[in-house]
Ligand binder design. Structure first.
Ligand code: HEC
Length: 157
């Protein structure tokens, strides 16, 4: 009898959660305290980037970034986060692409990645230089080559 009551309560809880929209299918899974604090800090910053001085192709990629990356959270999250290295962006863009319902295909994912690496090398240059200074020689060379490749592709076009 006791078990049945508990089970009944459990079902009631599930029904209440579903009614409130807290179904497991929601994009925002419960986050651990550290991640939540970090994300809250990111979201306090601006939710847009002034791309007027960027090359046209990077401005076009910014449009895709601002459409695709605002479906589940504010743009301020990626705008103000501490990720600046090409490999950090590659990891996070892939992580976001894999989230259910992201609707970000690999072509858009690449454009978003290129935008974020370019933008980090300009707007977050101090943070980038700091991370590069702390990286191993191999990682530094690798990161610089990836950044240069993107600048060569877009600059002056
Ligand atoms: C389908 C929903 C969804 C989309 C689309 C999405 N995100 Fe997210 N994003 C999340 C969720 C959920 C979290 C928190 C959990 C996590 O990090 O996995 C998050 C967290 C983040 C974080 C903070 C990570 C951390 O732990 O510091 C960044 C940065 C981020 N997203 C960037 C992006 C970018 C860039 C895009 C576009 C390529 C994007 N998001 C698109 C759902 C999404």
């Amino acid at each position: 009898m006791r078990m049945n009551n508990r089970f009944g309560l459990f079902l009631l809880g599930v029904a209440a959660m579903a009614a409130l929209g807290a179904t497991p299918a929601r994009a925002e899974d419960p986050l651990d305290a550290e991640t939540k604090a970090r994300i809250d800090r990111y979201e306090k910053g601006p939710a847009a980037i002034d791309v007027a001085k960027y090359p046209q192709g990077i401005q076009d990629n910014y449009e895709i970034f601002s459409q695709k990356c605002t479906q589940c959270h504010k743009l301020s999250r990626p705008v103000n986060c501490d990720y600046v290295l090409p490999d950090e962006w590659s990891r996070y863009v892939k992580r976001m692409m894999r989230k259910p319902g992201s609707g970000i295909d690999s072509a858009d994912g690449k454009k978003i990645y290129e935008f974020l690496v370019y933008d980090s090398s300009v707007r977050k240059k101090t943070m980038l230089d700091d991370k590069l200074a702390k990286a191993t020689a191999t990682d530094k060379t690798d990161a610089e080559a990836k950044i240069k490749e993107i600048h060569d592709k877009y600059d002056g076009k």
